[in-house]
Write a new protein. Structure first.
Length: 245
């Protein structure tokens, strides 16, 4: 199963303006994702969707297919599945010479750091399990839901749920495994993306389908740029990788 990679990189960002084109270890942030997609064995074509002219120029220079995202799909409230569907429709419309693909990989332009094998692992699981979607997850570490609490206006601490603070667990190694989506990848069938799976309840995550699977990344192995600190961390990690080659 070869997949089409759709890289989403809108211009607007309140946390880190211009983050998709910001320099990270000597390259524009999005370039790391384009290169990762092109290096993946299971990716046939790379499509970059953006309302940012600079992003689209970078994508063309990297020999990627570009799709101009309309303004209504580039707001901070626009849904990623709407943007991905638009990109696939435009890709299929303008590239009739290319074969159709049953799988789509959604990648974010502001994630310059991800495991080298992540894309292929996710598409492989999608193919072999015949599931609807695969999302990448990371261990929550010390930010475990069992250690979540509520504080009232007087500073009084109470369990977030149940009656026992911290579920009675006070050592990290005694916590049951728990995972959180890390932003590294979403791989899914075209049918799932276009909401063609029967019996899926309506909602913002309907495009994941019914049979949802996950692949686990080591804690800290995916860096999603949402703050200036994330940029510094990603820059340091990628520079160290290059130095150790």
């Amino acid at each position: 199963m070869k997949a089409v990679a759709v890289i989403l990189g809108r211009a607007g960002s309140k946390g880190v303006p211009g983050k998709n084109t910001a320099s990270v270890a000597g390259k524009p942030c999005i370039q790391w994702t384009i290169e990762a997609a092109k290096a993946a064995e299971h990716i046939a074509h790379v499509v970059v969707s953006s309302d940012d002219a600079v992003v689209l120029d970078l994508a063309r220079a990297a020999d990627s297919i570009t799709v101009a995202r309309p303004p209504e799909l580039a707001t901070d409230t626009a849904r990623i599945d709407d943007a991905a569907r638009h990109a696939i429709v435009e890709y299929e419309k303008t590239r009739a010479d290319l074969p159709g693909h049953a799988a789509v990989v959604i990648l974010y332009a502001n994630v310059p750091v991800r495991p080298a094998d992540l894309i292929d692992r996710a598409v492989h699981l999608l193919r072999t399990s015949k599931c609807d979607s695969v999302q990448s997850y990371a261990p929550v570490g010390k930010h475990h839901p069992w250690w979540t609490a509520k504080l009232d206006d007087a500073g009084k601490v109470a369990p977030w749920e149940g009656n026992v603070l911290n579920h009675g667990v006070f050592r990290r190694q005694d916590l049951p495994p728990a995972y959180v989506p890390d932003g590294g990848i979403i791989a899914l069938t075209r049918r799932a993306l276009f909401n063609e799976i029967p019996g899926v309840p309506p909602g913002p995550h309907a495009f994941f389908g019914i049979d949802r699977r996950g692949v686990i990344n080591p804690e800290g192995s995916v860096i999603d740029i949402d703050s200036p600190t994330d940029l510094l961390v990603a820059d340091a990690i990628l520079k160290e990788r290059h130095a150790n080659r």
